[in-house]
Write a protein that binds this ligand. Structure first.
Ligand code: GLA
Length: 503
């Protein structure tokens, strides 16, 4: 029996200040863009301000602005451009190579951002979206690589315009979507929108089925950068889903923007098998996440377990999406929080609400982010960014944990053999190292031994070496030294995340 962790012992995570210290470049090291389309890409540097940016190797038509955002139009020809990026401040300099890959594949690393659904449900509007984008800048999250501000369901007017084009709700988006997109772009960020591959969305607004080309062209004209395409009210068959998502994928590719297609049919029709071919960059692996760590189908642990089973399907431009992060919601979410019963289960219960989702504990939230980073998952916060607590920000804004998620190799973690009640996961990294995580799935404090030789023995594309490794605690942001094994002592539902390189 393990001892119970003292409930006031917080997760051991560094408090990283994005506005202090020498520069550090956090931008994704590989960026995909379609030929001839608009590029808005923040180089995502943290450190004391002011920061100055210099980029060598920029193709014609693209420049870096004072804030460190690459702006312009991608070359018309497919190909890879190596950008040598330098950020400087009074304390030092940081350099990195960013590959700009002009071609049809987007999201060469998993998208980082925010989505309105979990906390706000149907209460979206222009003011919320602009406020969130501004908070993404003010909190430093943009400078850590977060980019997408995604409007979920309920942005719609009651019906389409007489010519069939989509219209936003005139009360909540008084000037439409275009000025919201313009403000988001001005901040160096990207705007996402939501629709559904049927006549209605899950929230009973009008859907996109039969209007794919009109909708895609209008989204492009508005300046939209991502479309989450849902599957309520659509036929069950996988072939039909593939056809409907395919129609939207084609329509998006016919526009002159790089618009990411995020497939949301909850993993029921093995989207990992067909979504990449129809232009989907991410696909949900499960039904909606709720603000609970439980093993129930909508809990963090169950969703992580289901997503781990699809590890082989993840890679650059093609990501398993285990749904939004719950960090910072603390059970308050309108769509995933207090006294909420998942829609999918409500009907047979005749409207009764049986589950009480009070939110994650600090250690559960810490494990949630650890697991999502190991899974190379899209990291979409879903809380009120402006009201983030110090711990919420420490969990979302750790540059070393984000670098594990964003590693350009794009491998998802896989499970290693581990004692009962533990997950030991390994995620190979492009530089020949690997990330290793341990999650204590039980309530009490326990210790587990991680033997680095086991990682090599299990294969998983990790290169065997002499057997000694330099090990770094990514959450604490400090070196643990040269080791061949280590004991991790974790509170109930806690996690550790280590980054290892051959010594
Ligand atoms: C579905 C999706 C959610 C959200 C809602 C909106 O349930 O899975 O993520 O988009 O619809 O109605």
């Amino acid at each position: 029996m393990g001892r119970r962790a003292p409930i006031d012992a917080p997760p051991r995570v560094a408090r990283f200040d994005p506005f202090a210290g020498a520069p550090r470049l956090n931008s994704a090291r590989r960026v995909g863009i379609r030929p001839g389309t608009e590029l808005i890409h923040p180089l995502a540097a943290t450190g004391a301000r002011p920061l100055r940016f210099h980029v060598d190797g920029l193709p014609e038509g693209i420049a870096v602005d004072e804030e460190g955002t690459l702006r312009g139009r991608a070359p018309a020809a497919a190909g890879t451009h190596l950008l040598e990026v330098t950020a400087t401040n009074e304390l030092g300099e940081a350099s990195a190579t960013v590959e700009l890959v002009v071609g049809e594949q987007l999201c060469l690393t998993p998208p980082l951002g925010w989505n309105s659904w979990n906390l706000y449900g149907p209460d979206v509007g222009a003011e919320l979206i602009v406020r969130t984008a501004e908070a993404m800048v003010a909190t430093g999250l943009r400078d850590l690589g977060y980019q997408y501000v995604n409007i979920d369901d309920h942005w719609h007017a009651e019906r389409r315009a007489p010519d069939g084009s989509p219209l936003a709700n005139a009360r909540t988006f008084p000037d439409g979507i275009a000025p919201v997109a313009a403000r988001v772009h001005e901040l160096g960020l990207k705007l996402g929108i939501y629709s559904d591959a049927a006549h209605l969305t899950c929230g009973n607004c009008y859907g996109g089925y039969g209007y794919e080309r009109t909708d895609a062209a209008t989204y492009a004209a508005w300046g939209v950068d991502l479309l989450k395409y849902d599957y309520c009210y659509a036929p069950a068959s996988a072939a039909e889903a593939e056809a409907r998502y395919g129609a939207m994928g084609r329509a998006l590719r016919e526009t002159d923007r790089s618009i990411v297609l995020s497939v949301c049919e909850w993993g029921f029709r093995s989207p990992w098998r067909w979504a990449p071919a129809i232009g989907g960059s991410t696909w949900r692996t499960t039904p909606d996440i709720y603000d609970t760590f439980s093993w129930s189908p909508f809990g963090v642990r169950h969703i992580a377990w289901r997503t781990l089973r699809q590890a082989d399907h993840a890679g650059p431009g093609r990501w398993n999406d285990p749904d939004m992060l719950l960090v910072g919601n603390h059970g308050r979410g309108r769509s995933s929080g207090v006294l909420r019963t998942p829609n999918q289960l409500r009907a047979p219960l005749r409207g009764r609400r049986l589950w009480r989702f009070r939110g994650l504990t600090d250690h559960q939230a810490h494990s949630h982010v650890t697991l999502w980073a190991m899974l190379a998952a899209p990291l979409l916060a879903s809380h009120d960014l402006g009201a983030s607590s110090e711990l919420d920000l420490a969990l979302l804004a750790n540059p070393e944990v984000l670098a594990v998620d964003q590693d350009p190799l794009g491998a998802s973690a896989r499970r290693l053999p581990a004692p009962r009640g533990w997950w030991h996961l390994v995620k190979p990294l492009r530089d020949g190292g690997f990330a290793l995580s341990a999650t204590n799935l039980r309530r009490g404090e326990r210790t587990s031994t991680l033997r680095l030789a086991d990682v090599v023995a299990a294969g998983h594309s990790v290169t065997p070496t002499s057997g000694r490794w330099t090990v770094r605690d990514a959450w604490a942001m400090h070196d643990l030294g040269e080791l061949d094994q280590l004991d991790v002592e974790l509170p109930g539902h806690g996690s550790a995340l280590l980054v290892c390189h051959p010594a």
